[in-house]
Design a protein around this ligand. Structure first.
Ligand SMILES: [Fe+2]
Length: 213
């Protein structure tokens, strides 16, 4: 069911029966995602109203500024959840990717080995705070790098392509694990990754260069 008739429509995800992440968690998470879509639409509409007369008046600036800042939060919250749900596999995945995949070759190229890439990604996922662990690809040279994103909008690298996106907000696992059990959730996340989706996100330049700069 679409949550809005606005510019953006909430997507439906055919996702259930994951390993260690309950359907109840997923249902709650889909609802949260729909909230981000709804707010992105609301903010976009309200900002459009401000600029409809072709200018932002001085007295409008505080409200306009706040709405615009909030748009960064809601917009990234919407988009990152779509990446997240898309890189999970209904029924559960098969664990780590096959050695022959372009992703493993790219991880080896940038990190020396898949295991070191994974240690970095998991380490970022365990960072204290509210946010995301994301593996990005630099489209200019194909290099992978892992990043911590605070909330939804702080730390995303401009122009880089999200390849693997992991939500580590507590709402992603609180029905299944205690707050301090985030490592167990991360383990469950890895057992549900849809590596075909991940592979499909890699660009043609993947693995071509091994620059560590
Ligand atoms: Fe989330």
């Amino acid at each position: 069911m679409s949550s809005s008739t606005g510019i953006y429509t909430a997507r439906q995800f055919n996702l259930s029966s994951l390993n260690g992440i309950s359907d109840e968690t997923l249902e709650m998470h889909f609802k949260l995602y729909e909230g981000y879509v709804k707010e992105t639409n609301n903010l976009t509409t309200r900002i459009n109203e401000f600029i409809a007369d072709g200018k932002v008046d001085q007295e409008e600036l505080p409200a306009y500024s706040e709405l615009t800042r909030r748009l960064g939060f809601e917009y990234n919250g919407m988009v990152l959840h779509e990446y997240y749900f898309d890189n999970l596999k209904s029924g559960g995945g098969s664990g780590d990717p096959a050695q022959s995949t372009e992703f493993v070759k790219s991880a080896e190229s940038a990190f020396g080995s898949y295991d070191i890439w994974k240690a970095d990604f998991v380490g970022i996922g365990k960072m204290r705070g509210v946010g995301w662990a994301i593996c990005y690809q630099n489209p200019s040279n194909g290099r992978l790098s892992n990043h911590w994103i605070t909330l939804h909008e702080t730390g995303n690298v401009a122009g880089f392509t999200p390849i693997l996106v992991m939500d580590v907000w507590e709402h992603a696992y609180l029905l299944d694990y205690k707050p301090a059990e985030r490592p167990k959730y991360i383990e469950a996340f890895f057992s549900n990754i849809n590596w075909d989706t991940v592979e499909g996100r890699l660009g043609k330049t993947s693995g071509v260069k091994s620059a560590r700069a």
